[in-house]
Design a protein around this ligand. Structure first.
Ligand code: HEC
Length: 165
């Protein structure tokens, strides 16, 4: 019986060459595409037309301005909404409060509380540390309580502090 003829070496090298050529062509095409994208960028190709009317007081005329803004330049991936924090009133150890108590939430959460007696503020500061894991040095905790009592305590001066006119 005739043995199956082994593939000739020539056919094998020929196939290898073809595979190599295809790979090289693919790499070149990919490189050109990537190069073109990074050079020209992905452009939506259209613009937003913004017209605004404004009157020129001196000549009493209305002027219309037309601006064309390429959409690519106004594409946003982040929107920041305005954030207003109350200005915390002055009081003893205000700086200690500001460094420790506004990392997790706004000071608004504090300023919106009713006037509490000192024990209640101690309890709250303790809760922030023990229950919520706030990093506040032990030595700073009474200072924060002192500040809180001065702005939101049951004392007369604290009651006056945040009164609206
Ligand atoms: C580790 C994060 C963290 C830190 C730091 C932190 N808080 Fe809080 N705080 C919280 C959380 C969580 C709540 C609960 C929020 C809620 O109920 O939606 C809260 C709520 C509060 C409230 C609302 C009343 C209450 O009892 O829940 C007050 C007042 C308050 N914090 C004051 C403070 C003060 C004063 C400090 C500084 C000593 C402080 N927080 C630091 C996490 C923190």
């Amino acid at each position: 019986m005739a043995e199956p003829e082994p593939k000739s070496e020539q056919t094998e090298t020929h196939q290898q060459h073809r595979a190599q050529r295809t790979t090289v062509i693919l790499i070149i095409v990919l490189a050109i595409t990537a190069g073109a994208i990074s050079w020209y960028g992905i452009r939506p190709g259209n613009e937003m037309v913004v017209t605004s009317k404004s009157s020129v007081i001196s000549s009493n005329k209305e002027v219309e301005t037309i601006r064309k803004i390429p959409l690519a330049s106004i594409a946003v991936d982040e929107i920041r909404l305005p954030h207003f924090d109350p200005i915390m009133p002055l009081g003893p150890h205000r700086d200690v409060f500001m460094t420790n108590c506004i990392t997790c939430h706004s000071p608004r959460l504090v300023i919106d509380q009713p006037h509490f007696p000192q024990e209640k503020w101690e309890e709250i500061v303790n809760k922030m540390v023990v229950t919520f894991g706030g990093h506040v040095y032990k030595k700073d905790q009474p200072k924060i309580v002192e500040y809180l009592v001065s702005i939101r305590g049951k004392t007369e001066s604290a009651q006056k502090k945040l009164q609206r006119p």
